[in-house]
Design a protein around this ligand. Sequence first.
Ligand SMILES: Cc1ncc(COP(=O)(O)O)c(C=O)c1O
Length: 430
Amino acid sequence: MNEPDDQHADWNARREAATPRGVGVMCRFYADRADNAEIWDLQGRRYIDFAGGIGVLNTGHRHPRIMEAVQAQMARFTHTAYQIVPYTSYVELAEQINARAPGDFRKKTALFTTGAEAVENAVKIARSATRRPAIIAFGSAFHGRTLLGMALTGKVVPYKVGFGPFPADVYHAPYPNALRGITSEDALAGIRALFKTAVDPHSVAAFIIEPVQGEGGFNICPPEFMRALRALCDDYGILLIADEVQTGFGRSGRIFAMEHYAVAPDLIAMAKSLAGGFPLSAVCGRAEIMDAPAPGGLGGTYAGHPLAVAAALEVLQVMDEEDLLSRGRQLGERLAARLRQLAPEVPELADVRALGAMVGAEFNEPGSHAPSPAFARRVQALALESGLLLLTCGAEGNVIRFLFPLTITDALMDEALDILSQALRGQPAL
Ligand SMILES: Cc1ncc(COP(=O)(O)O)c(C=O)c1O
């Protein structure tokens, strides 16, 4: 990435000496301050942020209303441990999530801190409710870096290498992927094969699926596959867990991406943009399933931290009052249209996928089906040189994903699209 100046080079040397290489760092510069869709480094260089802290900032950096809500909470108390001395904001947020989550049934919500923790707890709850051990996840899935998160994740390098053994009774089925020739029927056949060769469906507690795969390449689950999965769950008494850690809170053009589907999950794991930059996650689900674990079975010292809960309550209001769902859909359409317009000039561009503002561009070697991670990396590097922060994803690293704040201004979006267009043409910004 960008060649660092002396000040940043000095910090890079200190970082390499003080922190392990396993915490891989993408940029060679350090954040000094940030506002809405922009980050400035220590030298005052400005970057347009299309990474959003990996999908955390749908409401932008330091949204003034969110900052105000957190400051007001900070003046009252910052930590009591909800399980010891509860606070009303936790209950209020649970009520709001229950009301907004898809599914026409009574729901309950428990709060945690990270996405992986939400995923782990969704699995704990599913096992406790069904009294069954097995979990089926999908190829290319990403569910976090804890031991169970890694076991559920369907990508070996870099997430799983050298970290085994993993928790048992986790299986993987193929995720539909039209571009790679995996139809919904193929993916269902994969599940049927698992039921024959690897695991008795009557011992499966849950399927866990990202409605749009995040790290896996912004692959959108086809509606017919989600319907068939729900039907399989109903046939065998298996629960459906939606991992909405990356898709949730406006990215897909709805609060939850599962709202795009005709069927509801039994449990939803959520995090990231839930709390506008503060660490908070949640599991929401059918009330009777959520009540399966006994008192004391769920929670954590910091779970549902008051500052993050105050932020999340404000995030939901900001989403409504600033109409960020339709804004996100408009921005997503604008970006996807620009990418498609550029297709004749960019033979590597194999696919543009979009669900609301969840937009991904996939690159192949020209005239072939071979993935081109090198092209994706080149576009990312050129964009960064011109001050636009982009992330890659995909099983092969050949997809660029766009995680801009939904609060980005039109002027900044235009500037970013111009930089992106030039980078796709193989040129620095004009
Ligand atoms: C779909 C999905 N699940 C789980 C996680 C893990 O979340 P965290 O990094 O907060 O533990 C992520 C993180 O990127 C994710 O995208």
